[in-house]
Design a protein around this ligand. Structure first.
Ligand code: ZN
Length: 151
């Protein structure tokens, strides 16, 4: 099996069986859209101190955007914020590599199923699809933190 088709398999599997989908209680909510593709996501973040207790979401759009939200949920829920931010940075680096970055074992260990989006980085229009949920998560987290400070 070629690597590309294995990756497609992973993306399709997350699309068909999304992790943590549905809106639950959260500290902040955001709505992000990717107008070039028509993807949308409403996302809530629930924090307990510096720990991410839950990331719940509802969305619609292409398989890449929806699968990416499922992978993101799997990667950040239950983690410490700084740890999750590091994962996000590695994913961003991969997605901005224009297909030039070949994920190695170390990257695979950090990104788990998110390495499946490596091939997507070759297509600038699809990169936005893959990053939509991650950007929404970052935005919601920043809002949750600033609301806590002003409380
Ligand atoms: Zn899309």
């Amino acid at each position: 099996m070629k690597l590309d088709s294995m990756y497609q398999e992973v993306i399709l599997d997350h699309y068909k069986h999304p992790h943590g989908r549905g809106l639950r209680d959260g500290d902040a909510e955001v709505h992000h859209v990717n107008p070039t593709c028509g993807d949308e996501i409403t996302l809530r973040v629930k924090l307990d101190g510096s720990k991410i207790v839950d990331v719940s979401y509802e969305g619609q759009g292409c398989s890449i955007s929806q699968a990416s939200a499922s992978v993101m949920n799997e990667l950040v829920v239950g983690r410490e914020l700084d740890e999750a931010m590091k994962v996000q940075e590695v994913f961003l680096e991969l997605m901005q590599s224009k297909g030039k970055l070949e994920p190695d074992d170390a990257m695979e260990e950090v990104l788990e199923d998110a390495v499946a989006f490596a091939g997507v980085s070759k297509y600038p229009a699809r990169v936005k699809c893959a990053l939509l949920s991650w950007m929404a998560w970052k935005d919601a987290t920043a809002q949750a933190l600033s609301e806590r400070e002003s409380a």
